[in-house]
Design a protein around this ligand. Structure first.
Ligand code: 9WN
Length: 442
C-alpha cells in the first residue's frame, strides 16, 4: 500500500470504530453517520459488514445478525431498526407504530415499515469467505444460521413484490429504492396530490446543509406516502390496491438479481436445493430487456405501474444490468459505448471517471443535491462488483482506481460533487469508509 492508501485505511477504520453502536453484549451496528443517522439502516449495514470483515470479523457477523433481528415474520427486512432511542431523526418508531399496525412485525422490535435494496446475500457471502480463511467450521455454522433468513427475504420479495412474475420488484416509496430524491421518481411523485399535509419537523437539515438534502416539497410527499403505508397496515395486498406510488424498480431488481447469484453460492456450499433461486434468476433474465430497456438508446428504466409508462430519466439506475453481474464483456462494451455517446458522462469520459447518480446531461442534474447528481461510493462499488463478476476487467480496474483516488484525495463523505469532487453531505460516512477498506484490502 502507498502512504496515501495507508492514511485512507487508517481514517476509514477509525470512522467505522467511531460509528459503532454496541446495543448489548451480543448485538451492535454501525450507524451510517454520527448525528444525522442514529439508527441501524438496512443496506448501510450490509455495506458496513463488507468493510468490517477485514478489520474485526466478529463485528461483521454481529452487524448482520443484529440487522436480521429486525426481520419480520414474512421475511420482509425493514429499512430502519430502532435499537436505541434518539431524537435526531424523523421519522422514528413513534411514527411507524409497526407493533400496533402489523401482525407480521417482529416480537418486541421497533422498525420502520418499508424496505431497501437487498444486498445482504452479497455481504454474508463475503463475510463467510473471510471467516473461512481462519475458521472454516465457524464459517459454515454462520452460513447455516444466515441462509434461511436470506432465503426468506428473497422469497418475500418475489412472493409479495413481484407483481407481474417478471423478476422485477415493486417499490411503494422512493426511500425503498435507497435513492430517495432521484429524478427517477419525479413523474410518479408529481401525480400524487397530498390530501392533508402532516405536521412534522425535519431533523436531517439540522445536521446537513439543507442545500444538499431533498427539498421540503419532496419531504412532504415522503411523509404522506409513509402515512399511507401505515394506514394500509404495511400489507402488500392492500398496498397493491390503493397505494398512489407503485414503481417497478430496475436498480432494486438488479441488486436482487446480483444477490441471487451470491445466494446460489451459499446454497451450493450448504448442499441446499437451488431450484427456486435459479427460477428467480431465469425470470429476471427473460424480462429485463423486454420490460425495461429503451431500444432507442440501450438504457434501462423503471416502470410506473400506475400509468404503465417507462420513466425515462438518465440516472445511474439506467445502467443497472451492469451490476446484475451476468452481462458478457460484449454487452458491457455496448452499454459503455451507449453511455459514451453523450448520454451520461460525455464522450469517452465514462471510462475515466466515476458514475454520478444522475447524468451530467440530464436537465435534472444538480451536482450537489443528494441523488440528483453527486457520486456515491456504494453504487459505484456495486458496479465494480458486477463488472468483476462479468470478467470485464478493463472497466473494473478503471473504476477501482478512480474510487481509490477519489477517497484518498477528497476524504470519506456521504457523497461527492462530480464536477469539483468535493465531499458533501454527512462527514465520516460509514459505507464510504467500509467500502474504502474493502477496495484497499480485496
Ligand atoms: C432515508 C442512511 C440512508 C441511506 C439511503 C439514503 C438516506 C434516508 C434519509 O440515508 O436515506 O432512508 O433520511 O435521507 O438515501 O440510501 O440508506 O444512510
Amino acid at each position: 500500500m502507498t502512504t496515501d492508501s495507508n492514511k485512507l485505511q487508517e481514517e476509514a477504520v477509525k470512522i467505522l470504530q467511531d460509528n459503532w453502536v454496541q446495543v448489548d453484549e451480543g448485538s451492535g451496528f454501525t450507524k451510517p453517520a454520527a448525528d444525522v443517522y442514529p439508527y441501524q439502516w438496512n443496506w448501510d449495514s450490509g455495506f458496513s459488514a463488507i468493510g468490517w470483515r477485514h478489520i474485526d470479523i466478529q463485528r461483521a457477523m454481529t452487524e448482520i445478525e443484529t440487522l436480521f433481528s429486525g426481520q419480520w415474520k414474512n421475511g420482509f427486512l425493514p429499512h430502519v431498526i430502532f435499537h436505541i432511542p434518539s431524537d435526531n431523526y424523523f421519522p422514528n418508531e413513534t411514527f411507524w407504530q409497526v407493533q400496533d399496525t402489523s401482525d407480521q412485525a417482529p416480537e418486541g422490535m421497533e422498525t420502520s415499515g418499508m424496505t431497501q435494496p437487498p444486498i445482504h446475500s452479497i455481504s454474508v457471502w463475503k463475510v463467510f469467505e473471510t471467516l473461512e480463511k481462519t475458521d472454516s467450521e465457524l464459517a459454515l455454522d454462520w452460513l447455516e444460521l444466515m441462509y434461511p433468513k436470506l432465503l426468506s427475504l428473497h422469497t418475500y420479495l418475489y412472493r409479495q413484490r413481484d407483481q407481474g412474475n417478471t423478476g422485477l420488484i415493486t417499490i411503494y416509496h422512493p426511500w425503498e429504492s435507497g435513492m430517495d430524491n432521484s429524478p427517477r421518481w419525479d413523474t410518479p411523485l408529481k401525480n400524487i396530490s397530498i390530501k392533508e399535509k402532516a405536521l412534522y419537523e425535519r431533523r436531517d437539515t439540522g445536521f446537513v446543509d439543507a442545500r444538499f438534502r431533498p427539498s421540503n416539497a419532496n419531504y412532504d410527499t415522503y411523509v404522506y406516502l409513509a402515512e399511507k403505508m401505515r394506514e394500509a397496515g404495511y400489507d402488500d395486498e392492500k398496498l397493491r390496491q390503493v397505494h398512489p406510488f407503485q414503481v417497478e424498480d430496475v436498480f432494486f431488481s438488479s441488486v436482487l438479481h446480483l444477490a441471487n447469484g451470491y445466494l446460489l453460492r451459499i446454497a451450493d456450499t450448504l448442499n441446499e436445493n437451488t431450484e427456486e433461486i435459479t427460477t428467480w434468476q431465469q425470470r429476471f433474465r427473460e424480462n429485463i430487456n423486454t420490460r425495461c430497456q429503451d431500444r432507442s438508446n440501450g438504457l434501462f428504466y423503471d416502470r410506473d405501474l400506475l400509468s404503465g409508462k417507462l420513466l425515462k430519466e438518465n440516472t445511474i439506475a439506467a445502467m443497472s444490468p451492469l451490476i446484475g453481474g451476468d452481462m458478457n464483456e460484449e454487452e458491457v462494451e455496448n452499454l459503455f459505448d451507449t453511455l459514451d455517446e453523450k448520454l451520461f458522462c460525455g464522450e469517452g469520459s465514462c471510462r475515466a471517471t466515476l458514475l454520478p447518480s444522475t447524468s451530467l446531461f440530464s436537465n435534472k442534474f444538480t451536482p450537489d443535491r443528494y441523488w440528483r447528481g453527486p457520486v456515491w461510493i456504494n453504487t459505484n462499488w456495486l458496479m465494480l462488483d458486477g463488472l468483476e463478476n462479468a470478467g470485464a476487467d478493463e472497466y473494473a480496474s478503471g473504476l477501482r482506481n478512480n474510487l481509490i483516488n477519489l477517497l484518498e484525495n477528497h476524504g470519506i463523505w456521504e457523497y461527492y460533487n462530480p464536477e469539483t469532487l468535493e465531499g458533501i453531505g454527512a462527514e465520516h460516512f460509514s459505507w464510504s469508509a467500509a467500502l474504502a477498506v474493502d477496495i484497499l484490502t480485496s
